[in-house]
Design a binder for this molecule. Structure first.
Ligand SMILES: Nc1ncnc2c1ncn2[C@@H]1O[C@H](COP(=O)(O)OP(=O)(O)O)[C@@H](O)[C@H]1O
Ligand SMILES: [Mg+2]
Length: 340
């Protein structure tokens, strides 16, 4: 569990103060993969450093597993930090140590026996698919393999939470996917709560169940991923959602749009079961009108299908009204658009 209550963080530099976080509230429950998305400079890394207690909040409180870290002394903090794993964009591996030794670092610091270390590291290398790389050095690995080492190291001390700061931002899309799959597997298998910071909405879409959108040190919107993706309110959220869900009519289609005087345009949104029902078929069969599908798109989020469609209905006004009612009755969210 991670909770921030009304957290402020102000940096002072050469007499100029900068508010990196301004009144942040968030709560990640046990087992959540909580995503924080924002542009560069939004305050994401500062947020992570506060949770890890590398920085103290200027105001407000930070709790990890119910413990008020901001009130802890050095010794208590050291104990608490053992339960927090962290992975980084640039992996932060020791270049002069082998893969095995990099993963062993937290265990050596915890003064575990040689036998315990050997067993745990072997198990972690197997879990992350690195068994055959144990004796290699970081420079002999690909980016994806380096991040797997970073993940294995973060898991070594059996943390209850894992903080990921742009963990896939230095990786290509295919490697990103395999690392995200690994994070998801860790979450499911070990029940580890994760806070995933990113500037890529596709990362949120693939693994997170909750999301907070940050801008200029503030959270401008947060909620369940499906709700936020399905109905983004803040313009910044809408921009991020647009990077993964396209619901605009392509320009080439707009040009061919026949301006029938009787026709009207509707945006449809299908969530969950309605996305797989033959609703358009019912629309055509039951109503005396022409249906022109201008655009359709389906996205899977949290194992739920989210569909967007833009249709042009051509027919008598009362028939179109009844058709719109029919769609709404089928659980489709429908909105008439005057122009595209
Ligand atoms: N130690 C620091 N001293 C002064 N300013 C800082 C410090 N750390 C971060 N900042 C400022 O706080 C803001 C947020 O930074 P950061 O949390 O790194 O953003 P993000 O990770 O979202 O890119 C930036 O304007 C940055 O310059
Ligand atoms: Mg950052």
């Amino acid at each position: 569990m991670i909770e921030l209550r009304d957290v402020y963080k102000t940096f002072e530099r050469k007499g100029v103060s900068h508010e990196a976080l301004r009144g942040v509230n968030l709560k990640a429950e046990k087992g959540d993969i909580f995503g924080v998305i924002g542009f560069s400079g939004a305050g994401k890394s500062t947020l992570i450093r506060l949770i890890n207690h590398l920085e103290k909040p200027t105001r407000g409180h930070v709790f990890v597993d119910g413990e008020p870290l901001d009130r802890y002394g050095v010794k208590q903090l050291r104990e608490a930090r053992k339960r927090i794993g962290m992975i980084f964009q640039h992996f932060n591996l020791l270049e002069t140590r082998t893969v095995f030794d990099n993963v062993a670092i937290p265990l050596v610091l915890l003064k575990k026996s040689k036998k315990e270390i050997r067993e745990r590291v072997t198990e972690l290398l197997e879990f992350t698919g690195l068994s055959d790389k144990a004796r290699n050095y970081p420079k002999e690995l690909s980016g994806g393999q380096k991040q797997r080492v970073g993940i294995a190291r973060a898991l070594a001390s059996n943390p209850s939470i894992l903080l990921c700061d742009e963990a896939t931002s230095a990786l290509d899309p295919q490697t990103t996917r395999s690392i995200l799959d690994l994070l998801k597997r860790i979450n499911e298998q070990y029940g580890i709560t994760m806070l995933v910071v990113t500037h890529e909405m596709s990362v949120i879409q693939q693994i997170c169940n909750k999301v907070a959108v940050m801008e200029n040190g503030e959270i401008v919107e947060q909620g369940n991923v499906l709700d936020v993706f399905g109905d983004p309110r803040h313009p910044t959220t809408q921009n991020f959602v647009r990077t993964v869900i396209h619901n605009e009519v392509p320009g080439s289609v707009l040009q061919t749009l026949n301006a029938e005087p009787e026709s009207r345009l509707f945006k449809l949104k299908f969530v969950g079961p309605s996305a797989s029902e033959p609703i358009i078929d019912g629309l055509i069969r039951r109503h005396d009108l022409k249906v022109n599908i201008l655009f359709a798109n389906m996205t899977e989020i949290q194992k739920t299908t989210l569909g967007h469609m833009i249709i042009q209905l051509d027919g008598a006004a009362p028939v179109i009204d009844r058709a719109a009612e029919y769609l709404a009755g089928q659980g489709v969210q429908i909105e008439e658009v005057k122009s595209l």
